[in-house]
Write a protein of this length. Structure first.
Length: 250
């Protein structure tokens, strides 16, 4: 049995991958985390055979986490990035899975880790740096300004749980507080990282990393509950449900 650890800031993606791995009968999951800092501490205390690691996470990226591991294990990246950007990994013991993860592809990744035998050492860090460099031009809007009178507040986009349009204004919501911004939702769709932000309604864009759960609404649609203090609920339009699920890897 392979000893595996899962790191992904999306709880639903962690649960789904955990369920898929256990279903193979080949993996013992010894830990999982949605906070990369927690994962770093845990992984430096124990030895695992394979690490399933999300690429893009707030606070600490998968690449940065990997750089700080005392002894990096075999790594399988889970990511929404296009496959062409990950070709550098195909000839190595490092593998990748595109979200939403497919069972057949997961089996092939496990086969590759098994064939690799001993975990890679320095190469895995070098490859992570190479991939990070390849992807850096794709970075999108990182900060956004909210102006009230003569005061301007700069908001970290990664900390914005969702954007909402109402009363002919657009608001960025952080920690439950609304900040008026000078963008339309259509403009934000072009500027935000589409791997992370998804339009779930004509009036709402949500940060997928803040999604705690999704469940059916009374009217036949779907609702999203966020992992903020208020457990905010947002409506998902019926024609947006599939896109949201794909973005969450479920």
């Amino acid at each position: 049995m392979m000893r595996a650890y899962i790191v992904d800031d999306e709880p639903l993606a962690v649960k789904r991958l955990s369920r898929m791995l256990e279903g193979t009968g080949r993996v013992q999951i010894v830990g999982m985390a949605t906070d990369p800092e927690d994962a770093l501490a845990a992984l430096n205390r124990q030895t695992v055979d394979v690490l399933f690691l999300d690429v893009q996470m707030p606070g600490l990226t998968g690449f940065e986490l990997l750089e700080q591991l005392n002894q990096p294990p075999a790594v399988v990246f889970t990511t929404a990035y296009d496959a062409y950007a990950l070709k550098a990994f195909e000839a190595n013991a490092v593998d990748y899975l595109l979200k939403p993860v497919e069972t057949d592809r997961l089996i092939r990744a496990l086969d590759k880790v098994t064939r690799a035998g001993a975990a890679p050492t320095g190469d895995v860090r070098a490859l992570a740096r190479e991939l990070a460099a390849q992807l850096s031009p794709t970075r999108k809007l990182e900060r956004i300004a909210s102006r009230v009178g003569e005061r301007t507040t700069l908001l970290e986009v990664a900390r914005v749980s969702h954007f909402v349009a109402k009363d002919k204004l657009t608001f960025a919501v952080t920690a439950g507080r609304e900040h008026a911004i000078d963008y339309t939702l259509a403009q934000l769709e072009e500027l935000l990282d589409r791997r992370r932000y998804v339009r779930i309604h004509r009036s709402t864009i949500v940060n997928a990393s803040f999604v705690l759960e999704i469940y059916p609404a009374v009217d036949g649609g779907m609702l999203v509950r966020l992992k903020d203090d208020a457990k905010t609920e947002l409506s998902v339009a019926r024609d947006r449900v599939r896109d949201l699920k794909q973005r969450l890897g479920i």
